[in-house]
Design a protein around this ligand. Structure first.
Ligand code: C5P
Length: 216
């Protein structure tokens, strides 16, 4: 039996996995890592230095310099950074450097909730719990639009939808570590489910595993 507990959460952009990960980390008192921020940090470093996103050796250097304790969500959450992140995320050498850091994080007691695209398949294939959180592209676009409008911004639904579909295609279609559910992942479709319901569903799955483990 492992001394740490790992919850792997994967899914496409905007499905609600970030919020779910935070709720679960709080509830089970686990560390939390949004692995998307690590790819965003690499993209952001290249943008800052006005380097092209296909400069693989610069991306590798930036990946080595990523410090998980210093990921600045406020800076990295910009839409353009997410778009750029999905471009640097196709490079296997960049992924290998970041995955190693993510695995070290997961191994730190008492364990962690990690969310991303390849957590259950590549980063933590032996995770205690694997969740694949998804929602239709239309619902995800609608949520993003509502989010933008809630802070006084304006955006066009069709452009957001096209953006989301392009990002899905890039993340699901890449050769190295494409986004897909692990064979043993529990699927949570949040298209018609509020985040609270998704949290309760995830808790039921996790509590069941914990109960079986305690009996063993
Ligand atoms: O989740 P987030 O939108 O912050 O991720 C930004 C991009 O980073 C994703 O579109 C994806 O290309 C990449 N990523 C990845 N593997 C992860 C997490 C994110 O390839 N584990």
């Amino acid at each position: 039996m492992t001394s740490t507990f790992t919850i792997a959460i994967d899914g496409p952009a905007g499905a609600g996995k970030g919020t779910l990960a935070r709720r679960l980390a709080d509830h089970y008192r686990l560390n939390l890592l949004d692995t998307g921020l690590t790819y965003r940090a690499v993209a952001h470093a290249l943008i800052q230095h006005a380097l092209p996103l296909d400069n693989v050796s610069a991306a590798e250097t930036a990946a080595r310099q990523v410090d998980l304790a210093k990921l600045d969500r406020a800076v990295l959450s910009a839409h353009a950074v997410g778009e750029a992140a999905s471009k640097v995320a196709v490079y296997p050498t960049v992924r290998r450097i970041l995955v190693e850091k993510q695995r070290d994080f997961a191994k730190t007691p008492p364990g962690a909730v990690l969310d991303g695209r390849d957590i259950g398949t590549v980063v933590c294939p032996d995770a205690d719990i694997k969740l694949y959180v998804t929602a239709s592209a239309e619902v995800r676009a609608q949520r993003r639009l509502a989010e933008i409008e809630s802070i006084g911004g304006t955006a066009n639904f069709n452009e957001i939808l096209a953006d989301i579909m392009r990002r899905d295609e890039r993340d699901m279609g890449r050769a190295d570590s494409p986004l897909k559910p692990a064979a043993d992942a529990h699927l949570l479709d949040t298209s018609e489910m509020a985040i609270e319901a998704a949290f309760l569903a995830a808790m039921a799955i996790i509590d069941d595993v914990l109960a079986k483990r305690n009996k063993a």
